[in-house]
Design a protein around this ligand. Sequence first.
Ligand code: SOE
Length: 381
Amino acid sequence: MDRIRTAVIGTGFMGRVHLEALRRVENVDVVEVAATSLDKARAAAAGYNVLNSTGDWRDVIHDPSIDAVHITTPNVSHFPIAKAAFEAGKHVLCEKPLAMNVAEAQELVALQAAKKLRGGLNHNLRYYPMVQQMRGMREAGEFGEILVVQGTYSQDWMLYETDWNWRVDPKVSGPSRVMADIGSHFFDMAEHVTGLQVSSVCSDLQTFWPTRKQPKGGGESFSGKLGATGETVDTPIVTEDFGATLFRMGRARGTMTASQVSAGRKNGLVLEIYGTKGGATWRQECPEELWLGHRDTPNQVLLKDPSLMIEPARAYADYPGGHAEGYPDTFKQLFRRFYASISDTSLTPDYPRMADGLRQLKILEAELASHKAHAWMDVPA
Ligand code: SOE
């Protein structure tokens, strides 16, 4: 099998997770790391044994020997980098959200199709084995017709006025924070698992901290008590700390909340689905378990074990029962499938695509419009 030469652009929390996961993809060599400074790029490259580094992402784009790029930079640069990469003939795996708005995302979807390149979007959370088990069981009809979809994505890392990260700046992150950053994971998973599409939304957003104390030296994601200390500037905040959405998926009905201020919840994505024959609940904080709900017999908890999983889901579990697979493994599963589709152009992509990124931005724009108008909004197909 030909080896694929790839580069990672961005060396924050996500860049490091991508670099690590890429080392677990058999036919890929990471040949360059790009950051906003050469020093940062060198430090990340050294940590993952990558030979080349640059302080300018354009060097990667202009290198004809590079086949694919991973974009793990703050949101505002996803669009220009992805556009330049497609124009230069490179496959793109982009962090979410795909772009700052629907119009940019539409341009990327069209460009990728015109160039006949592969484009993946990192909604990695689909690839926990027990999420695939839930999807496989739903496809096999085990829950019957899905009636109710409920859940949350709750975190606490932005609870205090002193918590700071680039995601609070709308010029860098976009007009929404929690709905774009984590609400989008909930909806991607809800649609992926149920096979239904969100058709309309009614949303309420809240910014609890109208100003935050911005550290003069910047702040890291999830730094919590280890966060920056020292001089700060009081900075006005316009993006939401919390959001709630009522939604319709055709005949099915649902509710979700997304929060970065829920004390004690570290990465609490919960998806509950209830159908005419049974229900299921998956929790990211206990990802190896799937709760199965029954009306007339005792409920069950299925612990991940490939030998007990439904056939299509088994391929997403690489370890035996009792050998936990977690967050970093979801990246490995997604990247393997992305690179397999580059090696074998006849493969139908089995990973979130540019179109899925566009879909999430359509849901997001409907949520923002709904909050503003205090009204239900339809989500265009
Ligand atoms: C921050 O809220 C964040 O890192 C998200 O950006 C990720 O997508 C999610 O997986 C964990 O939380």
